[in-house]
Design a protein around this ligand. Structure first.
Ligand SMILES: Nc1nc2c(ncn2[C@@H]2O[C@H](COP(=O)(O)OP(=O)(O)OP(=O)(O)O)[C@@H](O)[C@H]2O)c(=O)[nH]1
Ligand SMILES: [Mg+2]
Length: 391
């Protein structure tokens, strides 16, 4: 079946909803697509199409459950609504989401809750530079209480290094907007205007060698193996030779490039894409592998980094960690065990920033200024930035 090609007419940005469980992220995401489909620049994606498991999505090669796409007058957006708290953590710390900006959803009825704070902290650590706040459920909240919630949210954001005083806070009701109530569809438009104006178009490294960190691997019957993810840098087009860096380095050719089910002539840094790879067996590539221009990156085991150890209030450890500690490292979309060496320092206490040397259990492409998070027993206990790569 012929498909309409993707035509790049507006800058593309990646945004997403974050916030405490049940504060209305998915409802708001659905409401945004509804308002934009009424304006004629998007397709309505109902709640239950956003909130579902990836295996259930069988259409096209780019379906990623939690991604929806839409356009405002000035931009094309890929919007990721992470289905649950665990997915949020995973996507944020691995950089899979690669958000240029985020919509922090806070229920006007409940105010700041533990995951509100945790998501703000993580967003800051993974380099999300711009946050717009949606005070959701404003239809049901008392306006004075909502004022207090707004103050509280602004303070939280300021405490984490965001411009809490000035950043946009918009009162919305995802639920009422979905029902078509004009007061609340207008509020969604106001939220989108705030995102359009407050989140700048980021600098894209389109001239750098191509690199994509694999988020998902799919098999399309009759076509082959497809990898999905966000292009971190460079450009890629059909016919390009690429290296797949995982266990061992494999060489292949890109035979299809799509975004949201539409073929593209060329994808560039920032785009969410699916790449069809020639003759690559499904079991030869997995989440966390890197697809890159051949010769442009080398997998490595060892690096030094500055690392922040989360305090227990931030959901981190209560006890210090010491040399020999072996947490899971989340680097791009990869998840790999690594041993920490603190050098002359005996221990690192929660709340401290330390310099560490890390030896990973498996080689992955590394480079200075790349971010990572460390997790143990299902929670994030630290986050850092690579300073030097050693071998
Ligand atoms: N009154 C009111 N209720 C809302 C609004 N938005 C969402 N809700 C309700 O809040 C509940 C949670 O909404 P979701 O959109 O699933 O929340 P979520 O943040 O995506 O939840 P998780 O993905 O589980 O973290 C549902 O029962 C919604 O109907 C709103 O604007 N007003
Ligand atoms: Mg949800």
């Amino acid at each position: 079946m012929p498909k309409t090609a993707y035509v790049r007419t507006k800058p593309h940005l990646n945004i997403g909803t974050m916030g405490h469980v049940d504060h209305g992220k998915t409802t708001l995401t659905a409401a945004i697509t509804k308002v934009l489909s009424d304006r004629g620049t998007g397709t309505f994606v109902p709640f239950d199409r956003i909130d579902r498991a990836p295996e259930e999505a069988a259409r096209g090669i780019t379906i990623q459950i939690s991604h929806v796409e839409y356009e405002t007058d000035t931009r094309h957006y890929a919007h990721v609504d992470m289905p649950g708290h665990a997915d949020f953590i995973k996507n944020m710390v691995t950089g899979a989401a690669q958000l240029d900006g985020a919509i922090l959803v806070v229920s006007a009825l409940d105010g700041i809750m533990p995951q509100t704070a945790e998501h703000v902290l993580l967003a800051k650590q993974v380099g999300v530079r711009h946050i717009v706040v949606a005070l959701n459920k404003a239809d049901a909240g008392d306006p004075e209480l909502t004022d207090l919630v707004e103050l509280e949210v602004r303070e939280l954001l300021t405490a984490h290094g965001y411009d809490g005083e000035h950043l946009p806070v918009v009162r919305v009701s995802g639920l009422r907007a979905l029902e078509g109530d004009p007061r609340w569809t207008d509020a969604i438009s106001a939220l989108l205007d705030a995102v359009d104006t407050y989140v700048p178009v980021p600098e894209r490294y389109v001239d750098a060698p191509f690199l994509l960190s694999v988020e998902n691997v799919l098999t399309i019957t009759g076509r082959g193996t497809v990898v999905t993810g966000a292009v971190e840098r460079g450009t890629v087009r059909c016919g390009d030779q690429v290296a797949v860096l995982g266990g061992e380095t494999l060489h292949t050719v890109v035979t299809g490039v799509e975004t949201f089910g539409k073929p593209m002539e060329s994808a560039q840094a920032g785009d969410n894409v699916a790449l069809l790879l020639r003759g690559l067996p499904r079991d030869q590539v997995r989440r966390g592998d890197v697809v890159a221009r051949p010769g442009s990156v080398t997998p490595r085991h060892r690096f030094t980094a500055e690392m922040y150890v989360l305090s227990s209030e931030e959901g981190g450890r209560r006890t210090p960690l010491s040399t020999g500690y072996r947490p899971q490292f989340y680097i791009r979309t990869a998840d790999v065990v690594g041993a920490i060496d603190l050098g002359e320092r005996a221990v690192a206490r929660p709340g401290e920033t330390v310099t560490v040397t890390v030896e990973l259990g498996r080689a992955v492409p590394l480079e200075p200024s790349l971010g990572f998070a460390i997790r143990e027993g299902g929670r994030t206990v630290g986050a850092g930035t690579i300073r030097t790569v050693e071998g």
